[in-house]
Structure formats: structure tokens, C-alpha cells
Design a protein around this ligand. Structure first.
Ligand SMILES: *Cc1c(COP(=O)(O)O)cnc(C)c1O
Length: 375
């Protein structure tokens, strides 16, 4: 892998995972579509270093893994979705009788998985709010931290918690979906494993599902690689290629997300009719103290409370720029009333994900939509 670690974020994103220049070839090689590949004819099935079957290997996927690995600072394995990466890690590592610690306020589907599948196989699940307090780690096989947490935007101190967890022999995984590797590098902060959804800001175009795991632990990587190969949760080559193409603009997209979120958070904060505005970049936000030290960028997600479902609906109907949609981190500004999904949030709680539109247009649109939504 070429060492691009001295470059700035923009340069690293543009060049991440690209092969050496070759005359007549594109900068980013096109997707390789294949299920099986030609083998050497004959009785010996050894592939001599090339791919035999796409569940085990695909060059488009490997280029993407090189790229994400460069950005996270570890080796990367991609999955068909963030859920596949996270549940793959948990099932590959946890045994019946183990205890796992999960964020009480983290991604809803992970908690749902824990309450069903993990409980069914005899894994004890301990839920801790992201902001703490954290109990002792004795007897805990793995702790998954999600920081900033989706959707509440609390953060936790990865370095401090990893030190405590490692003293008890606990593996530390961090869900880096909201931050992206440009926002924070959990492996540098002491985590053993990064897991994330690449569906959100990492790829940003709202056109694919992707997940990944990154680590510097060769043994763990082999365990997870074996899990992925036998369970088959790999991304297809076209999605992998789209994701790699989209990575080149990550620095630009995140810069606009952050600037827009700051403008929107300040505008919302100034309104007496909007409650509980959260953005970890606001100096008086409960997450600010840790986020401003630990994170290199603050994500484009702002959350707030409009009181009830009807007012959220009127706001979304009146807005011309904010699309009603779940997910976040895309080019388009979207808003999601999380309670409609059975999430344990307040009925008027909104997660707003700032896109890459112009800040002045967004602020004007959101302001007039709130004005016409009334109380
Ligand atoms: C979306 C999300 C996931 C799941 O990722 P998918 O790609 O949707 O499967 C996991 N963790 C967090 C924090 C997420 O936001």
C-alpha cells in the first residue's frame, strides 16, 4: 500500500486505494463483475494468488478495502451493509455465556439484534448510555461504543474507555458511522476494532448499502474474514465501485455538512419554539468537551424537538429543501422523526442531516417552514 498518511484529508480521499498509474487505464479501475473466475484447468484447485470465487475475493472490493483501510489506519473488510459488519463482528467473536456491552442509545437495529439473536444464543447484553457512567468491564468480552451516538449525538472518550476496558481484557469496538474516518480515527485512539455503515456519510450519495470493519489485529481480522466468507455478507462489485468513486469527495462533502450544520444549529438555537437543539460543535453542547478534543470534524447531523408528530409533519410539508427520509450523511438534507420507527425517542424528536446545499438557502427554508408549521 502506498504511504499517503502524510497528506491532508482531501489528498488522501482522492488517492485512497488507487493502483499505480498505468497508461491506458482509468484512475479507478472499473468494477469486475464475476461470480466464478477462470481457474487453471486441471486437478489442482489452488488459485495461485488470483480470485477463484467472488465470495472469497474480488479486485474491486479489495481496492475499496485498501482505500477505507488507508483512511482508518488499519486493514479493512467490507460487508454488504453496516448491520452485516456489526452483527458479523458480534457473532464471530461472542460465545454463549459471554457478556457484551452495547450503547443504550445506539443504533436501533443493533439493539434489536442483541435482544433477539444474541439473547437466543446465551450472550448476556449489558446496555450503557454513551455519555456514561460506565460500570466496570470485568467479565465483559467486548464493548461496542457508538460515538457520536445515533440519533442522540452524545459522545464518549474512546481513549479513556479503551484504557479501562483493556485493563480488564475487554475488546473495544467503535461504531464510526456518524464521524467517518475523517472525523475520528478510533484505532489511533486505542480501539481494537472499527465497525461502520458505509451507507451514510462515508459514501454520501444515498444510492448503496455498505458496511466495513477495520482493525490492526491480524488474528481478529482472520476470524472475521472467515466469518464473512462462510456467511457470505459481501458487497457486490458495482456497489463497491460506486462507494470507492464516492470516497474521493468525502473531504469536500464533510466540510459542507459541518458548515451547514453549524449554520442550521445556530438558527434553530435562536428560536424559542425549538427545544433541545443538539450539535456537538456548539460550545455549550453536552458533547462539546470530549468531541472538540477527540474529533477532527463534527458531523452534519443536528437534532431537536418540535414537541409532537403533527408539528414535525407540518414542518416537513412546508419545507422545500428538507426531504423526509431516514438515514443521514447524504448530499441532500433530510429529516427523520425517529419515533415513527418505534425508536425510543420523544414523539417530536427530529434528526436532521445537513446535505451539501448552500447554508443560506437551508437556513431560510428551515426558518420559513418552522414559521408556517406553527406550534
Ligand atoms: C445506519 C447505521 C448502521 C447500520 O448500517 P446499514 O448500512 O444501514 O446496515 C449501524 N450503525 C449506525 C450508527 C448507523 O447509523
Amino acid at each position: 500500500m502506498a504511504d499517503r498518511s502524510d497528506y491532508g484529508d482531501g489528498t488522501r480521499c482522492v488517492h485512497a486505494g488507487l493502483p499505480e498509474p498505468a497508461p491506458g487505464q482509468p484512475f479507478l479501475p472499473g468494477p469486475v463483475f464475476a461470480a466464478p473466475y477462470h481457474l487453471e484447468p486441471g486437478p489442482d484447485v489452488a488459485t495461485g494468488g488470483y480470485d477463484g470465487y467472488a465470495r472469497s475475493g474480488n479486485p474491486t472490493r479489495r481496492n475499496l478495502e485498501t482505500a477505507i483501510g488507508e483512511l482508518e489506519g488499519g486493514a479493512c473488510l467490507t460487508f454488504s451493509s453496516g448491520q452485516a459488519a456489526i452483527t458479523g463482528l458480534l457473532l464471530a467473536v461472542l460465545r454463549p455465556g459471554d457478556t457484551v456491552m452495547l450503547p443504550a442509545d445506539g443504533y436501533f437495529s443493533v439493539r434489536k439484534f442483541a435482544a433477539t439473536t444474541l439473547a437466543n444464543i446465551g450472550v448476556t447484553v449489558q446496555y450503557v448510555p454513551t455519555a456514561g457512567p460506565y460500570p466496570g468491564f470485568d467479565g465483559v468480552r467486548l464493548v461496542l461504543l457508538e460515538t457520536p451516538a445515533n440519533p442522540g449525538l452524545d459522545v464518549c472518550d474512546i481513549t479513556a474507555l479503551a484504557t479501562r476496558a483493556h485493563a480488564a481484557g475487554t475488546l473495544v469496538a467503535v461504531d464510526n458511522t456518524a464521524a467517518t474516518p475523517l472525523g475520528q480515527r478510533p484505532l489511533d485512539l486505542g480501539a481494537d476494532i472499527v465497525v461502520a455503515s458505509g451507507t451514510k456519510a462515508l459514501t454520501g450519495h444515498s444510492d448503496l448499502l455498505l458496511g466495513y470493519l477495520a482493525s490492526r489485529d491480524p488474528e481478529l481480522l482472520e476470524t472475521v474474514r472467515g466469518w464473512r466468507e462462510t456467511t457470505g455478507a459481501v458487497p457486490g462489485p458495482f456497489d463497491a465501485w460506486l462507494a470507492h468513486r464516492s470516497l474521493a469527495t468525502l473531504d469536500l462533502r464533510l466540510a459542507r455538512h459541518t458548515a451547514n450544520a453549524e449554520a442550521v444549529a445556530l438558527a434553530l438555537r435562536a428560536r424559542p419554539d425549538v427545544a433541545d437543539v443538539r450539535w456537538p460543535g456548539l460550545a455549550d453542547d453536552p458533547s462539546y468537551a470530549v468531541a472538540s478534543v477527540q474529533m477532527r470534524r463534527i458531523p452534519g447531523i443536528v437534532s431537536f424537538d418540535l414537541g409532537d408528530a403533527g408539528r414535525v409533519e407540518r414542518f416537513l410539508k412546508a419545507s422545500r429543501l428538507v426531504f423526509a427520509a431516514t438515514s443521514f450523511g447524504g448530499l441532500h438534507t433530510t429529516a427523520d422523526r425517529r419515533a415513527q420507527w418505534g425508536d425510543d425517542t420523544e414523539p417530536g424528536f427530529v434528526r436532521l442531516s445537513c446535505g451539501v446545499e448552500d447554508a443560506a438557502d437551508l437556513v431560510a427554508d428551515i426558518t420559513s417552514a418552522l414559521d408556517s408549521a406553527g406550534l
